[in-house]
Design a protein around this ligand. Structure first.
Ligand code: ACM
Ligand code: ZN
Length: 744
């Protein structure tokens, strides 16, 4: 009986956070009620990323209150980490009922062995990282509930022997905290997710055009003013949140706390100060770093949008050294990332000092001037015993030393080039490893021609990408990136800050982790089965949002049929009513232009998808006029014929308007008017409203713009015209983008 109760308790603990109701059944038809043993709890033998070797044993070890964690003295932090998940208090006891953590100098860097048998759990690692990696594998083999951090003992785990070592020692994740500030607890959450996948480098993108996020004691105004935009702050709003002061920065002590938290999780934090471009916020706070000319600002309402450090100002290198001096007291990492991407050379062309420097040094153009700048910054790093990492375009001119580490982001082609030139390269082409990119065609996220899906990542191979054995020797590792332009506008209004970020990370990060770690990798199909059978539940127990595959939809015999293969519940939303309902029976096919379907399972949800007709707009004849001039290439006519968005040649100010006038009064059930990029809340009119003309003469206000857009449901009233009216200046850009109307 004791055995039965024990097994039952285990089963409950497996499912405790999976919302599976499990009740003991009683057998009917007998006087005494017998408790029937539930089937044994499923045990897990799959680990992501795929280990080098797994040998499964027969039997299970039970971790209970008599089990001790025994460890070498250097591994106290690893034992503390394990106790965050397993409520084990014993620190001494028999080695026959223990989880033992030990260093083994016969193993390599980050290599480990994990053996579970009747004596308990024996973990050996070549170093702290090896032991930590083994702990991650152990956690994945335990019941899912372990990830809730409140699971009770006892817990069972299968006998198994795992031998494992990473393919690459650089398994990185870039978190862009510059465009969307993410508080310390959110950064720590990302570190937890990285640890779960055995990723070991957090590339923290701390500054960019929108903000400066790191306290520099010598220049306190950088973070105190450069960390905030909008409202009464000095910086004009961009990206998604416009009508209030927003942002934040990290104090040096907060960053030290992040570094320590990461180190316990075998993660090194590599900060990035992106230079010489991407420095608009810095330039707004310290204009003395910019080039020596007065910019034209008539099309940006007087806002100086210069974003490049002047190369010729000697004092700039003193400022950089001051910053580096403080950075090295926070980040013990061997490398510091100094940027070097997407530099606009036009500012140096207009600067007499930069032109003079180029002539003096015999530099051929912007590319070489950039390398001159980055070489000087690298020299400053050397003085502080640090090496530089740069983005791949920074080594195009070939002047940077071959010890410079390169992050290859633009494409596979550029990674092939830098590895061929002999630069140690972190492979992260945007088309495969940028997790801010959308995962399918009609989905939130950065534009991407085919989408970056888990399948894209699983299908990536160094051989197919064309790396020779020689080039592969220069691959330092892999990095995924989460750029956060779109994050700010997608923060879940229910208040779970991580929702969008998690949706973009999971499950794609599993694919990235395998590319970085595993010599033998799983195919997409095997990985997807594993998610459905096992890992979705682990994510649910962590309360992490994850992306499900979207429902499959087909229209047949006058009906819309939707299905999923993961057991999720499907819902449909009708844009005419803005209502979402459970999908229970096939929908009538005449709803196809108006409905999207999505599904939900545990903490996962899918993208909303429609049939092809949903993505089509009606195209009634319309004329577009505006108080702002339009560009020649992106004209109002092209927008009025529903081909592309129109671009104005300056940003908007209060009183500016854009009018859409229909040739014949239009009856429709839904109309969307939108400004800004379709995927990104930028170059939009954020402060304004929409007015509608129903009688051919007067306009009535319909409602305020939200993120530059407005959805109108006119309820059978014919529309003669509508107008967007700006009531404040738009974002700090030199244009407003007007999207073609969407009409149903
Ligand atoms: C980058 O995406 N500009 C590195
Ligand atoms: Zn200059």
């Amino acid at each position: 009986m004791k055995y039965l109760l024990l097994t039952y308790a285990l089963l409950i603990s497996q499912c405790a956070c999976a919302n599976n109701k499990t009740t003991a059944k009683s057998e009917k038809g007998s006087d005494t009620v017998k408790v029937v043993a539930p089937p044994p709890a499923p045990l897990f033998t799959d680990i992501i990323p795929q280990p080098l070797s797994i040998v499964k044993g027969e039997g299970r070890f039970t971790i209970d209150e008599r089990t001790a964690i025994l460890h070498d003295k250097e591994l106290a932090q690893a034992a503390d980490y394990l106790r965050l998940y397993l409520p084990i208090e014993r620190t001494s006891g028999s080695s026959n009922n223990a989880i033992q953590l030990a260093l083994d100098k016969t193993l390599g860097k980050e290599e480990y062995s994990l053996k579970i048998d009747k004596k308990g759990v024996a973990i050996r690692g070549g170093d702290y990282g090896g032991v930590f990696n083994a702990i991650q594998s152990l956690l994945q083999l335990l019941p899912h509930a372990v990830y809730s951090k409140s699971a009770q003992l006892p817990m069972e785990v299968s006998y198994i022997e795992v031998k494992d070592a990473p393919q690459y020692h650089y398994r990185g994740f870039l978190l862009d905290v510059a465009r969307t500030f993410q508080p310390v607890h959110e950064v720590k959450r990302v570190l937890d997710y990285m640890a779960f996948c055995k990723m070991n480098k957090l590339h923290l993108h701390l500054i960019d055009n929108p903000a400066w996020r790191i306290e520099i004691k010598k220049y306190p105004q950088l973070a105190q003013e450069g960390g905030f935009r909008g409202g009464d702050s000095r910086l004009h709003p961009i990206y998604g949140r416009f009508n209030q002061r927003y942002g934040g920065f990290y104090t040096q002590d907060e960053l030290r706390d992040i570094v320590a938290y990461a180190a316990q999780r075998n993660i090194e934090v590599i900060p990035e100060i992106d230079m010489p471009g991407h420095s608009k916020a810095l330039g707004a706070i310290m204009p003395e770093i910019l080039c020596n000319y007065t910019p034209k600002t008539s099309h940006t309402n007087g806002i100086d949008t210069r974003n490049v450090w002047c190369v010729a100002k000697e004092n700039n290198y003193a400022i950089i050294e001051d910053i580096v001096k403080e950075l090295v007291t926070i980040f013990p990492s061997e490398y510091l990332h100094i940027g070097g991407d997407e530099v606009s050379f036009s500012q140096w062309k207009q600067c007499p000092d930069c032109q003079r420097l180029m002539a003096q040094k015999g530099l051929s153009g912007g590319e070489q001037l950039e390398q001159h700048f980055l070489n000087r910054v690298s020299k400053i790093l050397e003085k502080y015993n640090r090496k530089a990492v740069v983005w791949d375009e920074a080594v195009d001119g070939g002047l940077l030393p071959k010890t410079t580490m390169v992050t290859g982001w633009r494409g596979v082609k550029q990674c092939l080039s830098t590895t061929a030139k002999g630069y140690p390269t972190i492979i992260m082409p945007a088309s495969v490893f940028y997790l801010d990119k959308r995962q399918s065609t009609h989905e939130r996220g950065h534009l991407s021609s085919k989408g970056v899906s888990l399948r894209t990542i699983c299908d990536f191979s160094f051989e197919n990408a064309g790396f020779t054995a020689e080039q592969r020797k220069n691959i330092a590792g892999i990095e995924a990136a989460f750029w956060s332009e779109i994050y700010l506008a997608n923060i879940n209004p229910r208040g779970h800050f991580s929702d969008y970020l998690e949706y973009m990370i999971f499950p794609r990060i599993f694919g990235v982790a395998e590319v970085a770690w595993s010599k033998e990798r799983r195919s997409y199909d095997v990985m997807y089965s594993l998610l459905k059978e096992n890992f979705y539940r682990k994510l649910h127990c962590m309360s992490a949002t994850f992306r499900l595959e979207s429902p499959t939809i087909k229209v047949e015999k006058g009906k819309i049929f939707a299905s999923t293969s993961d057991g999720s519940q499907i819902y449909y939303k009708d844009i005419r009513t803005n209502k979402t309902q459970e999908y229970k029976v096939p929908l009538n096919a005449d709803m196809a232009p108006f409905v999207t379907l999505h599904s939900r399972l545990m903490t996962g949800y899918s993208n909303s998808v429609g049939t092809p007709s949903f993505y089509l707009s009606r195209t009634p004849e319309v004329a577009i006029t505006s108080s702002m001039p339009f560009s020649k290439n992106r004209s109002a006519e092209r927008c009025a014929t529903y081909k592309t968005a129109a671009y104005t040649t300056r940003c908007a100010k209060a009183g500016d308007w854009v009018e859409f006038r229909f040739t014949s009064p239009l009856e429709c059930s839904y109309l969307k008017v939108a400004t800004g990029y379709a995927h990104l809340h930028r170059c939009l009119i954020y402060k304004g409203h929409v007015e509608v003309c129903y009688d051919g003469e007067s306009f009535v206000k319909a409602g305020n713009l939200s993120n530059g857009a407005y959805e109108l449901r006119p309820k059978k009233r014919a529309i003669h015209a509508l107008r967007i009216v700006a009531t404040g200046i738009s974002d700090a850009e030199n244009k407003v983008i007007i999207q073609p109307l969407v009409i149903k």
